[in-house]
Ligand binder design. Structure first.
Ligand code: IYR
Length: 222
């Protein structure tokens, strides 16, 4: 398909200045509560909640609106076990020689290791794949800014997960090609991120960490 799209009026929200300020501050406070969790409850979460979250991620902007992503939603226990086993094999190698001393030292504060029980405990796993190109009837079609597009979609996915009162972790077992095999993905898709999704375990703890101040992350030119 080519040529200009049909253009339609944009439905603007039209909040007052006061309302805009209130909403921006309260959303910041909400998102500032988000934490990466490694301790999950096995309490079930309805599938349609996950589907709504994935639809939200799918609203992300993307290069030439190509939407170069596939979200694999996995609730099947046998599949989760298979993924955990393969992820732990890679992670074992990473923690025992593949990661540098500096890297391991940087991770000390998080108390992580090669064990990944959350892959089985969480009721759902989302494995995000990026489409390095599209395959239309066997023909290769270009995608653009794929990492940026899929990265933004993952940010929106994480935001939607938090907004629903659920928790997640951005897990990147490395290398991740075992996920393509287990999930039987086509050659134009590459694993990007693995996210367990569910409720936090009742006894869940997170490291006490601060966030950079506005001064440290923003330079303004007004
Ligand atoms: N992928 C490993 C190691 C790891 C790497 C980074 I960078 C982290 O912020 C946390 C963990 C793991 O998941 O344990």
């Amino acid at each position: 398909m080519s040529g200009k799209a049909e253009f339609i009026p944009f439905q603007s929200s039209n909040f007052s200045k006061e309302e805009t300020e209130k909403r921006s501050l309260s959303f910041y406070h909400e998102m500032n509560k988000r934490r990466s969790l490694r301790m999950f409850s096995n309490e079930p979460v309805p599938k349609n909640v996950l589907e709504n979250i994935i639809l939200t991620a799918g609203t992300a902007p993307s290069g030439a609106h190509k939407q170069p992503w596939t979200f694999c939603l996995i609730g099947n226990s046998a599949l989760k076990s298979e993924i955990r086993k393969a992820a732990e094999q890679e992670e074992y190698e990473s923690y025992h020689g593949r990661m540098s001393e500096e890297w391991l030292k940087d991770l000390e504060k998080f108390d992580t290791n090669w064990h990944k029980p959350f892959i089985e405990t969480a009721p759902w796993i989302i494995v995000v794949f990026k489409k390095i190109y599209d395959l239309e009837e066997g023909e290769k079609k270009n995608n653009y800014y794929v990492n940026e597009s899929v990265g933004i979609a993952c940010g929106m996915l994480i935001t939607a997960i938090h907004q629903a009162g659920l928790v997640t972790l951005t897990h990147t077992p490395s290398p991740m090609n075992f996920l393509s095999k287990i999930l039987n993905r086509p050659s134009n898709e590459r694993p990007f991120l693995l996210l367990p999704v569910g409720y936090a375990a009742a006894n869940a703890e997170v490291p006490k960490l601060g966030r950079k101040s506005l001064d440290e992350i923003c330079i303004s030119f007004d």
